[in-house]
Design a protein around this ligand. Structure first.
Ligand SMILES: [Fe+2]
Length: 476
């Protein structure tokens, strides 16, 4: 009797075990070929109900535009004749047209990866383009198939009365020449304390990435547009819709998505020793590939972003094949490679090498210390058919997880205005990004020049191609 009673549960547990084994065996099969799950969109953590459901097209999440725009506080318009959608929020106007990859944001044409489309009578548009255009942060969680939108905090009201001065703003900066007097003046004007950490660009970016949402950094201040572009590409910076910044900083000197803004301009150009080179012998960066310069050049190594951005601008101007030919010509001339523009100029002055490529402000600094410093500037590529001299920027953006976002925006706005521009540019003999602000007398003395109009964002886009090209050409 006892044995029988025991036997029944025994059979049941065997059956259960077999069932479990079968289920376990079936599960991996079911997981091996998952149907792609639905894509969820959340706004500040709450799931949005969207009809039609979001779709993935050309790697972009497409959503019905109206519900998203309205939830982000924008007004919407639809022109049935042109099939164009207009979304307006504050000063920002976004225009998208069904079937067209050209959209307009901030008065500029922007090319979309996926064209807006009609689904069940509703217009579907790329979510990231729309969300970021309306000032929100957009994060795609691939495994969770979720797009998280964070509505941006409203831009700060103009300077509230803060008698004792409240608050702080933290910078991670690779720019370190004479920034202290600039920040001291900002603190005096606003009461906001500035704290900063300096380091190499790549190291600071890695730190922001590693710190994630716990980063103390509000602002990433970097030299070279390539570095700012990389920070934006890697999601470390957030779009800032500031009328002040858009008015003060010309479009070519800032990110088309408003995640970074150029604050000062530096010109990377030809430098020569006036006793060994006549200016008539000089013309372009490209002409330094001529064999007549063999053994006479001093240049910066390929590892420095200054070299990479210059080569990126040559790729944009000539295409990769021609740019590579030019770089091979430089290499064949066996330049002395020195990883410091100051030491490059000192090398020219000391009589080793006749022509160099450096940023203009290093000469400004050396002339400030010694007005007889024996090196002259030559503005490159000024001929009628030439594109102009290579300009780069130092600039800044607000980090994605900035804990003091409003103070960060105030700092950027102040730095783009007359007082901040004058201090920031003059302490390093750079040209202000704001065209309304005058240059330091020493660099004004370098004379007028025409600049390559290429957008700074292109340096970032072409940077990896430039690095590969330099490597192929044997430039070390
Ligand atoms: Fe520099």
């Amino acid at each position: 009797m006892k044995k029988k009673l025991k036997g029944i549960p025994g059979r049941i547990s065997l059956l259960l075990a077999v069932t479990l084994v079968l289920l376990a065996a079936m599960f991996p099969l079911a997981q091996a070929a998952p149907a792609p799950g639905p894509i969820r969109v959340t706004l500040d953590g709450a799931v949005l109900t969207l009809d039609p459901a979001p779709q993935m097209v050309a790697g972009r999440v497409m959503v019905p535009y109206r519900i998203i725009a309205e939830r982000l506080g924008a007004r919407v318009g639809w022109d049935s004749r042109t099939r164009a959608v207009t979304v307006t929020k504050g000063d920002e106007v976004i225009r998208l047209t069904v079937g067209e990859t050209t959209a307009v944001r901030g008065g500029r044409n922007i090319t979309l990866d996926a064209a807006p489309m009609l689904v069940a009578g509703r217009v579907m548009v790329p979510l990231r383009f729309l969300g970021e255009g309306l000032g929100s942060r957009v994060h795609w969680d691939g495994p969770g198939r979720t797009v998280a939108l964070r509505a941006a905090a409203p831009d700060p009201a103009p300077a509230p009365a803060e008698p004792r001065g409240r608050g702080v703003v933290n910078l991670y900066t690779s720019r370190h020449y004479g920034v202290e007097p600039v920040f001291a003046e900002f603190t005096r004007a606003t009461g906001i304390e500035v704290r900063f950490t300096t380091g190499a660009d790549a190291v600071l970016r890695e730190r922001i990435r590693a710190e994630g949402r716990h980063t103390p950094a509000d602002v990433y201040l970097a030299v070279d547009a390539g570095n700012l572009w990389l920070a934006a590409r890697d999601g470390l910076l957030q779009p800032i819709n500031s009328r002040t910044l858009q008015q003060n900083i010309p479009a070519a000197l800032r990110d088309p998505g408003n995640r970074w803004f150029g604050l000062t301009q530096r010109v990377r150009t030809l430098m020569y020793h006036p006793e060994r080179v006549r200016p008539e012998e000089l013309s372009t960066y490209e002409a330094l590939a001529d064999p007549r310069w063999r053994g006479r050049l001093v240049m910066r190594p390929a590892t420095h972003s200054y070299t990479q951005s210059l080569v990126a601008s040559m790729i944009a101007a000539h295409g990769e094949a021609r740019a590579e030919e030019i770089v091979r010509g430089w290499v064949a001339n066996q330049p002395i490679l020195i990883d410091s523009d100051t030491r490059i100029l000192e090398t020219l002055a000391a009589g080793r090498g006749d022509v160099a490529i450096t940023n203009h402000y290093y000469l400004g600094r050396l002339l400030q210390a010694n007005p007889n410093f024996p090196v002259r500037v030559f503005w490159a590529n000024q001929g009628e058919r030439e594109r102009g001299a290579h300009v780069n920027i130092s600039g800044a953006g607000v980090t994605t997880h900035s804990p003091n976002r409003e103070n960060a925006i105030r700092l950027l706005e102040w730095l783009s205005g007359p007082q901040g521009q004058k201090l920031l540019a003059d302490t390093n003999h750079e040209y202000p990004a704001n065209p309304a602000v005058a240059s330091h007398p020493i660099i004004a003395g370098f004379g007028a020049f025409r600049r390559d109009p290429l957008s700074m964002a292109e340096y970032g886009r072409l940077q990896e191609a430039a690095v590969r090209l330099l490597d192929r050409a044997g430039y070390r």
